[in-house]
Design a protein around this ligand. Structure first.
Ligand SMILES: [Zn+2]
Length: 257
């Protein structure tokens, strides 16, 4: 099982800070808004392979399509390389082609290559692979969010019509409901990540997205952990272990090929 953690980092390397037009204070606020804070701790199951993107999504977002024409969020200035804040304000100065190329080759492509390599290792070892795409979301919609419905669920499960076996999404939803959480499928966020080279082609690659409502573990105004953090982390670890076991055993009548 590969735990993909794309949005937990708040790191802006010193030599890339100049790309932003925001003051330090405004940048801190934007990072708090947009980062899936603490997901690297919440989803860190020791017995899984963990692939964490090391810098902030504000620099380059590995969950967006490489081509803006394919990426719906690019219309909101939030394609692979964001130009606007979540509130629609100017985020960066205009980047030169060369500056974009550095972000893409050093970070975006390197990360996607690493993911593809991990998937291939699993395929070789086990004849199948499972990616869990690990995120969190604000309890109130951001202005840039397509789905503005409130209240939001405690968990959102994202699926792909080709790469998410129904039994996998069902067992995930059921496990969360048994823990007493409210769950929605593909609402307010949809989809799950699969390496582009294998997307829609290799049915041995399964993928599911798990998004947790930030109000379950942090104070969204200050960015601090709440007293519920440890118990929430335990529940996520239990969930991940049950998904891993499910994947290993398969399920009678469920084909993971
Ligand atoms: Zn995310």
């Amino acid at each position: 099982m590969i735990l993909h953690i794309p949005h937990s980092s708040k790191v802006i390397p010193e030599d890339l800070r100049y790309q932003f037009v925001l003051t330090d204070d405004d940048l801190t606020v934007e990072l708090l808004r947009i980062t899936d804070t603490f997901t690297d701790e919440l989803f860190a199951l020791p017995e899984a392979t963990i692939l964490r993107f090391p810098i902030s999504r504000l620099l380059v977002d590995v969950e967006r399509f490489r081509d803006d024409a394919e990426e719906p969020m690019s219309k909101k200035g939030m394609g692979m390389i964001y130009t606007l804040t979540a509130n629609g304000k100017k985020l960066k100065r205009t980047l030169q082609l060369q500056e974009k190329d550095i972000l893409i080759s050093q970070y975006y492509d390197t990360h996607h290559q690493a993911l593809l390599t991990e998937v291939k290792i699993e395929l070789e070892k086990y004849g199948k692979a499972l990616i869990v795409d690990c995120h969190s979301f604000p309890s109130h919609p951001l202005p840039c969010d397509e789905d503005q419905t409130i209240p939001r669920p405690e968990f959102c499960i994202g699926t792909d019509s080709f790469h998410t076996p129904e039994a996998l999404s069902q067992t995930t939803v059921l496990s969360l409901k048994k823990m007493g959480y409210s769950v929605q499928m593909n609402q307010p966020y949809k989809g799950t990540l699969v390496p582009m080279a294998l997307h829609g082609k290799d049915g041995r690659v399964a993928s599911i997205m798990i998004e947790i409502n930030r109000s379950l573990y942090m104070d969204e105004m200050t960015g601090a952990k709440t007293s519920k953090f440890d118990s929430t982390k335990k529940q996520i670890q239990t969930l991940l272990r049950s998904i891993k076991q499910f994947q290993q055993q398969g399920q009678p009548g469920v084909v993971f090929t």
